[in-house]
Write a protein that binds this ligand. Structure first.
Ligand code: PNS
Length: 179
């Protein structure tokens, strides 16, 4: 039987619990799900593509049928290249719908054989976006519970490099005490 491959394209800057919720849902209905990070030189991302890839690989390592990749150019061209027959996108609220519909129809115009599949993340993530996570993090608000712990830590390090230094010296102190 034909394997159904889907891509889940996005910026993932940074990955949130909403993204992971969608990956978990997508992995249940597709044989293979490729989380595809857009390499967009025009945007000025907070995390580089390699960092986002590393985070997503670590966060999805428990899913047997999920892998992470990067792409540039048209999403539909990438989808065809990896033999995908579906594009997975999340819809959080009705406000997402207009933009997502426009993209889905344009993608259908470009490649009619590709289907866009919309899934809803858990309601508790319906207000969550990478943009808000970046903003709240930058302004010192708590992002606990909105992103995986690994992302929270990386975000803290990114926004305040002293955190990395503090944590490194803390673990050094613990090591020397335990010697
Ligand atoms: O996470 P995002 O930023 O909402 O993802 C948007 C993304 C990457 C899916 C969209 O910008 C995209 O598909 N970009 C690739 C270029 C492309 O195919 N453009 C035409 C879309 S109709």
């Amino acid at each position: 039987m034909k394997k159904v491959i889907a891509i889940y394209p996005g910026s993932f800057d940074p990955p949130t619990n909403g993204h992971l919720d969608l990956i978990a849902r997508g992995s249940k209905i597709f044989d293979e799900l490729i989380v595809a990070i857009l390499r967009n030189p025009e945007k000025n991302p907070l995390f580089g593509v390699a960092q986002r890839r590393h985070m997503l690989e670590a966060l999805t390592s428990g899913f047997r049928n999920v892998r992470v990749d990067t792409f540039d150019g048209l999403t539909v061209d990438y989808a065809i290249r990896v033999n995908a027959s579906a594009i997975l996108r999340g819809i959080r609220a009705i406000s997402d719908y207009e933009y997502e519909l426009q993209m889905a129809l344009m993608n259908r115009k470009l490649h009619p054989e590709l289907e866009t599949v919309f899934m809803m993340p858990a309601e508790k993530y319906s207000y969550l976006s990478s943009r808000l996570v970046r903003e709240v993090g930058r302004l010192g608000g708590s992002i606990e519970g909105l992103v995986p712990e690994m992302v929270e830590q990386k975000l803290k390090e990114k926004l305040d490099p002293a955190v990395k230094f503090k944590d490194a010296s803390k673990s050094k102190a613990v090591k020397s005490r335990s010697r």
